[in-house]
Ligand binder design. Structure first.
Ligand code: FMN
Length: 187
């Protein structure tokens, strides 16, 4: 089982990096598995702690993929990595071991602190659609154009039926990136 979260990490100079990543459930632990090359990967090697930020503000997911990475952060309680402000919950993570891999090393993490800040407000199809579209836009160069277009057309139904202002803004950011991709010369 995988949970999509916003993962914060820091480099040796304590500069924060924010990236959406899927956390893989492994009993009581979570596995962070960044593909090489990745700032998250470099940071986890330099400072073996992370925060999993659980948010229903899907603008953070869409923003990180469209160059909007300046989201407010604040100090965590037990780890030297800031968390995102305004999230529903966050888990402070300590790397306990690493499974090395050529493509995708796996950082096994123990939860050292889990805090809920606001209640879960129920499912929203547009939020799920934005997350799917964000994943699509992170894989544009790997997918056939027809698949991208047909998936976006399906996801757009949930957007038009169920989105609020935040979901519409996030969707617009991703569609702007899609337009740029369609207009760019291929090859
Ligand atoms: C919902 C979602 C889940 C993602 N999960 C992963 C992941 O598990 N591993 C990964 O390498 N990239 C994942 N990505 C793509 C990363 O967010 C993106 O490539 C990011 O730039 C990571 O590289 P960085 O640490 O250099 O920023 C995901 C993207 C989205 C939108």
């Amino acid at each position: 089982m995988i949970r999509e979260a916003i993962v914060t990490t820091v480099n040796a100079a304590a500069a924060v990096h924010i990236a959406p990543l899927g956390l893989i459930a492994d009993g009581e632990e979570w596995i962070i598995a960044p593909f090489r090359p990745s700032t998250t990967l470099d940071n986890l090697r330099a400072v073996p702690f992370a925060v999993a930020n659980y948010t229903d503000d899907v603008r953070v997911f869409a923003g990180c993929l469209t160059g909007r990475t300046d989201w407010p952060t604040m100090a965590s309680d037990l780890v030297p990595v800031p968390r995102l402000a305004g999230v529903l919950a966050h888990a402070e993570l300590a790397v306990v071991r690493v499974t090395e891999d050529e493509q995708r090393p796996r950082f096994h993490c123990r939860v050292v602190r889990l805090v809920q800040h606001a209640p879960f407000g129920g499912f929203n199809r547009a939020q799920a659609a934005v997350i799917e579209a964000a994943i699509l836009t992170s894989r544009l160069h790997m997918l056939p154009p027809e698949k991208i277009e047909s998936e976006l057309a399906y996801l757009e139904i949930a957007i038009s039926k169920t989105a609020g202002p935040a979901e519409l803004e996030a969707w617009d950011w991703l569609m702007e990136k899609m337009r740029e991709y369609r207009a760019a010369p291929k090859g």
